[in-house]
Design a binder for this molecule. Structure first.
Ligand SMILES: [Zn+2]
Ligand SMILES: [Zn+2]
Length: 394
């Protein structure tokens, strides 16, 4: 008998908050999560009943193999911090200058440690296997930690994967769910327009890369407004336009870099072709040349409908129907998508904001803070959804 889980979660609440404070004080950047992963590794070993391994240098995986074979459910937390100088006045503020847990990954680690601790005490009652994936480098791509962990085999034999992100735009006590596409693919483009420089007073002797580049920037927006179905979701943003040295010299080249976001794998293939068609047309019309590089980022996070329904049912059971908030997809990105290539799964937003307390700074802000009640809700959702999935729901 599994017994009263609410009570078990309550009994480790303070410990989980203490873990989070410790992690928050000692943030580490992507691919440098040495102490963080060592702490996770050591802590997991104290729970018993877990097979703890290190799939890559700064990641950790724990397997809890239940008494009888059954479904394999994976739960994932990311662990990296960001190059930001913390500006909060918490006594547990970052002690690592210029590095901060400003996305809430410290909360993800603490929640998943709590979940692992509870499940490790339930081994006798569990039919199936649980995998706790503590992933490095979510914030840095390509390739990002998830892709590397998939390659290292953490998803072999997994039936379902769940992941969550503490989310300050959502109030604490709410769980954000999305059916289908939830987060975009963040592909990058790097474009050099190759003209011919010369004197600013004699433009007829040049091929003006700046003017051609400006036309390209404007025309790229025709893709979203005129080539894409208005009911689809695409963003093209030019985020860098670099060229020239002074006021009277036309440069040879300009550099134009940007990001392409799509929620649909088919559009992800199509948009770069449309981009190149415009670039090719405009440059050739004006006698210029170009060099275009597209760098693929993460895939889209596309939630499995049946698993989202299990989450929905879980939230209703654990927190009440009013806690469910159906959220619109975000054009941000998450490398959780890498796991979804191997098994169906779902990602959810864990409300972490609290306007009354002033905890509503955006993610990646130097004053980012969360309401720590979210840790408790996070554990409850992971544990109860996992039990439903082990029991064959979805
Ligand atoms: Zn982030
Ligand atoms: Zn994040």
């Amino acid at each position: 008998m599994i017994g009263n889980l609410n009570f078990k979660v309550d009994s480790i609440k303070d410990q989980v908050i203490t873990w989070r404070h410790l992690l928050h004080q000692n943030p580490e950047l992507s691919y440098q999560e040495g102490e963080t992963s060592q702490f996770v590794y050591n802590t997991l070993l104290t729970f018993g009943n877990l097979e703890v391994t290190r799939p890559t240098k700064t990641s950790v995986m724990a397997r809890m193999i239940g008494k009888k074979p059954g479904k394999v459910i994976a739960l994932r937390a990311d662990m990296d911090a960001l190059p930001i100088q913390e500006e909060t006045t918490f006594e547990y503020a970052s002690q690592n200058p210029g590095v901060m847990h400003a996305c809430g990954h410290d909360a993800h680690i603490a929640i998943l440690l709590g979940v692992a601790k509870i499940f490790s005490s339930l081994q006798e009652d569990i039919t199936g296997e649980l995998r706790f994936i503590f992933q490095h480098a979510e914030e840095l791509f390509p390739p990002g930690g998830a892709e590397e962990l998939v390659e290292a085999g953490v998803m072999e034999g997994v039936d379902t994967i769940l992941g969550g992100h503490v989310w300050t735009p959502l109030e604490v006590g709410k769980i954000g769910l999305t059916h289908g596409p939830m987060m975009a693919s963040p592909d990058s483009f790097y474009l050099t327009i190759k003209g011919r420089g010369g004197h600013g007073a004699m433009p007829h002797q040049t091929i003006d890369a700046i003017l051609i580049g400006a036309e390209v920037v404007v025309n790229l927006q025709h893709i979203v407004s005129r080539s894409i179905d208005p009911l689809d979701h695409v963003v093209i943003s030019v985020c860098r336009f670099d060229g020239g040295t002074t006021n009277n010299i036309l440069p040879n080249n300009v550099q134009i870099d940007g990001t392409i976001r799509t929620l649909d794998p088919k559009l992800r293939q199509e948009v770069p072709l449309l981009l190149e068609r415009i670039i090719k047309g405009i440059t050739s019309a004006h006698g210029a040349e170009y060099d275009l590089k597209i760098v693929l980022g993460y895939r889209q996070v596309i939630n499995d409908e049946r698993i989202v329904r299990v989450l929905e049912e879980t939230v209703r059971d654990v927190m009440g129907a009013s806690a469910i908030e159906f959220v619109r997809p975000s054009m941000g990105a998450e490398d959780f998508s890498a796991y979804l290539q191997k098994a169906p799964g779902a990602f959810f937003f864990l409300g972490g904001g609290n306007k009354e307390k002033g905890y509503n700074y955006p993610h990646h802000h130097p004053c980012f803070m969360i309401d720590e009640e979210a840790l408790h809700y996070g554990m409850m959702i992971f544990i109860n959804a996992t039990l439903k999935l082990l029991a064959g729901k979805a």
